[in-house]
Design a protein around this ligand. Structure first.
Ligand code: KIV
Ligand code: ZN
Length: 514
């Protein structure tokens, strides 16, 4: 009998801490539903004390999700813990995750607390969380750089105080697989009450080792892995869920544990997260990259055709490539459209919203023969994103001719007031952006511009991502259209809209815990 490996997804919390990856409540709900469908065990939905918006999102996810536990993050402070408990009141299964830093560098410089004070605060926090639920997780932040003796001491104390899950974070992605694996083995061995808790790991990818470290920990007895879809997360990101899950599944000979995940949902989740956050998936990314199962070289193709296992260790369909694709076309009616969206976990708050999306679907179906799930996801994101925008694209006319300087005429409305301008540029996108800049004097710098095709074929929609920076604030904007210049204009305006409406929120790991 092999053990169960608990999959704890933190896309909605640590993933969202990635600069520019902030999500709306509605987007979080869509991702949470997709994670639930994939049978993720625990969904960390956010950090409720960060802002009223974060609280609301965690509360709504907690009220909707029934098959996964919903978790909220709290510093080791009463006010944080009480806020999480309040947000999770309606959850079918709730978990409170509380943390405090334990490395010398964090305790001395960030917390300005002695190890004994940190230990006392950790125990107090766990006891407080236990007043609300039996399901309490404790993390010694920056465990990867903490002293093992102190880790043993604090972990023993918080297990005694009632923490059922002990999560060991490699907060800054500093550890190496052999060392991290050994750390987990040592903690389990040395802590007298270690058998009373499940050991978990939470690895960051600063040295590109998040998945390797997580797997080394699993080999050494960790039975929960914290991870994110596409490896999204603070800085270089977290361990990628899809890689951890497929490694454990593919190498059953090495791991004496299994996950309950429906792996055929992986590609769908990956696309959804990429579409919502505007973080593209690189083509050579393991499991979910467009080339992950493509065999280019003739010799490989020959081998795969004769016997697929010559070059394939996993089946593309097992992670959701080419699976369950639903196709709609220009003759599909409103009901079929609604039903397809429902199967994708998408619902609209009102009939008007559904009608607006259906009108966009009809427009798209006129341009594109077959509409796939990915098209629908992008269309819905696009429709919902634009609903509350102050700056809207009204018209765009681009002239691009070989040997001539491209020119764009753009009309936008700002709070309902329309203005137009023309500009030239090195290409049609550059001309369009220059025209927009002339209309909206934002002083923002363009950091990233990317275009990806959503589906195959030259009639595919292009998904454009734009990242802007202004005075340290970083935002991402997305736009999708079969015309990539229009998609680019939408993405740029989307990012500008976010710059104009900054959201004030606390970062869980930035502040001193007092
Ligand atoms: O990276 C980290 O240490 C975290 C903790 C809050 C678990 O995200
Ligand atoms: Zn983290």
């Amino acid at each position: 009998m092999s053990d169960k490996l608990i999959i704890f997804d933190t896309t909605l919390r640590d993933g969202e801490q990635s600069p520019g990856a902030s999500m709306t409540k509605d987007e979080k709900i869509r991702i949470a539903k997709a994670l639930e469908k994939m049978r993720v065990d625990v969904i960390e939905a956010g950090f409720p004390i960060a802002s009223p918006g974060d609280f609301d999102a965690v509360q709504t996810v907690a009220n909707i999700i029934k098959d996964s536990s919903v978790c909220g993050l709290a510093r080791a402070l009463d006010k944080d813990i009480d806020r999480v408990a309040e947000a999770l009141k309606g959850a079918a299964s709730a978990r409170i995750h509380t943390f405090i830093a334990t490395s010398p560098i964090h305790m001395e410089n960030k917390l300005r607390m002695s190890p004994d004070q940190v230990l006392e605060q950790a125990v107090r926090a766990v006891k407080r969380a236990r007043q609300y639920t039996d399901n309490v997780e404790f993390s010694p932040e920056d465990a990867g750089r903490s002293e093992t003796d102190f880790l043993c001491r604090i972990i023993e104390a918080v297990i005694d105080a009632g923490a059922g899950t002990i999560n060991i974070p490699d907060t800054v992605g500093y550890t190496l697989p052999a060392h991290f694996g050994k750390l987990i083995a040592e903690l389990r061995e040395r802590i007298p009450n270690s058998d009373k808790a499940i050991f978990s790991v939470h690895c960051h990818n600063d040295l590109g080792l998040a998945v390797a470290n997580s797997l080394a920990a699993v080999i050494n007895g960790a039975r929960q892995v914290e991870c994110t879809i596409n490896g999204l997360g603070e800085r270089a990101g977290n361990a990628a869920l899809e890689e951890v899950v497929m490694a454990v599944r593919t190498r059953r000979d090495v791991f004496s544990c299994e996950t309950d995940l429906d792996t055929t949902q992986i590609v769908n989740c990956s696309r959804l997260v990429s579409n919502i956050t505007g973080f593209p998936v690189q083509p050579n990314k393991a499991i979910v990259g467009a080339n992950a199962f493509a065999h280019e070289a003739g010799i490989h193709q020959d081998g795969v055709l004769k016997h697929r296992q010559t070059y394939e260790i996993m089946r593309a369909e097992d992670v959701g490539w080419r699976a369950n694709r639903m196709v709609l076309g220009k003759h599909s009616g409103r009901n079929a459209f609604r039903q397809h969206l429902k199967k994708l976990g998408i619902e609209f708050g009102s009939e008007e919203q559904l009608n607006a999306a259906f009108a966009r679907f009809k427009e798209l179906a006129d341009k594109k023969h077959e509409i796939y799930d990915e098209d629908l996801q992008a269309l819905v994101t696009d429709t919902k994103t634009r609903e509350n925008e102050r700056i809207k694209l009204v018209a765009l006319r681009v002239c691009s001719e070989m040997g001539e300087t491209p020119h764009a005429n753009v009309t936008i409305s700002i709070d309902g007031v329309e203005n137009s301008v023309g500009a030239s540029g090195s290409g049609p996108v550059d001309a369009t952006f220059k025209a927009i800049k002339a209309l909206v004097d934002s002083n923002a710098n363009l950091l990233v511009y990317s275009v990806n095709n959503i589906t195959d074929g030259s009639d595919a929609q292009g998904e454009v991502g734009v990242r802007l920076e202004k005075e340290g604030q970083i935002v991402n904007g997305q736009g999708a259209d079969t015309d990539i210049v229009i998609a680019s204009a939408k993405a740029y305006l989307n990012a500008l809209n976010r710059i104009l409406t900054p959201v004030e929120r606390k970062h869980p790991q930035a502040a001193r815990q007092v």
